[in-house]
Design a protein around this ligand. Structure first.
Ligand code: NAD
Length: 251
């Protein structure tokens, strides 16, 4: 059903975790993929070989650096001259609480908002400017259940960044639909990846109890949802957020 042949799709943070499974799902549906990586250049290149060199391209950028996202989008455009779909997946979840020294608290807020929100917003801006020159395009932002439910006291900055991602996505959907720009958010609960692994190991029993479906989501399910949204099969869902959390938080 999902056919992404002839679509050029930029995925941030594609070297591992959810991002690499999104890239695999899009690649198997026929898309040409631009795999952005931070530090994982070797992993991104291995994934590009797996998908097929003619349909996969890698670009590096450190999204903690202000302005890097703009350069990244231009580097991505240089490959095929266009981007049809942008998937903002890269993200970080460092911890800080009100009991930590102020310097740590403050630096953690700044770093998290830069990577999870400001770099993502810069990429949305570049994509929207590009899409309006060519009759439209799609943005898919990976948010989190934390955007709606809130998070633990050591991850308030993370929840706040993801809440802002949802608000930004809705604003783009409302503001640019007339120019053919579609914007969706995806809000996973726990997903089995490196970002989550240590916490999941430590709190396995509590987490399983909290999820009616009985287990955390495999990253492939996020890939499947993104492939569906990228296909254009549900254009009128623009502005929506899709939850993937085993019914642990039903809105
Ligand atoms: P991960 O840590 O395995 O992967 C994160 C990706 O982001 C990596 O590819 C990394 O290179 C990239 N990245 C991080 N900082 C970067 C930087 N400064 N510059 C460039 N790239 C950078 O995490 P994941 O679990 O795959 O998470 C992917 C997305 O899904 C994130 O936005 C995360 O917030 C979200 N999410 C994850 C879970 C979960 O339980 N794993 C739940 C909800 C939402």
């Amino acid at each position: 059903m999902v056919d992404l042949t002839n679509k050029v799709i930029l995925i941030t943070g594609a070297s591992r975790g959810i991002g690499s499974e999104i890239a695999r799902a899009l690649g198997s549906a026929g898309a040409s993929v631009i795999l952005h990586h931070g530090r994982g250049a070797a992993e991104a290149e291995a994934l590009a070989r797996e998908i097929g060199a003619e349909r996969a391209h890698t670009v590096g950028a450190d999204l903690s650096r202000p302005g890097a996202a703009q350069t990244l989008f231009h580097d991505a455009l240089a490959w095929q001259g266009r981007v049809d779909v942008l998937v903002n997946n890269a993200g970080i979840a460092p911890t800080a609480t009100i009991d930590d020294p102020f310097e740590h608290w403050s630096a953690t807020w700044a770093q998290t908002l830069q990577v999870n929100l400001v770099a993502l917003a810069d990429l949305c801006r570049e994509a929207t400017l590009h899409y309006r020159t060519r009759g439209g395009g799609t943005i898919i932002n990976i948010a989190s259940r934390a955007a709606f439910r809130g998070d633990n006291p050591d991850a308030m900055h993370y929840a706040a960044s993801k809440g802002a991602v949802v608000a930004l996505t809705r604003s783009i959907a409302r503001g640019y639909a007339r120019e053919g720009v579609l914007a969706y958010a995806v809000a996973p609960g726990w997903v089995r990846t490196e970002m989550a692994e240590a916490y999941l190991r430590e709190h396995a029993a509590d987490i399983a109890r909290d999820i009616p479906l009985g287990d955390v989501a495999p990253p492939q399910e996020v890939g499947n949802v993104v492939a569906f949204l990228a296909s254009g099969l549900a254009r009128h869902m623009t502005g929506a957020t899709l939850d993937i959390n085993g019914a642990s938080y039903v809105r």
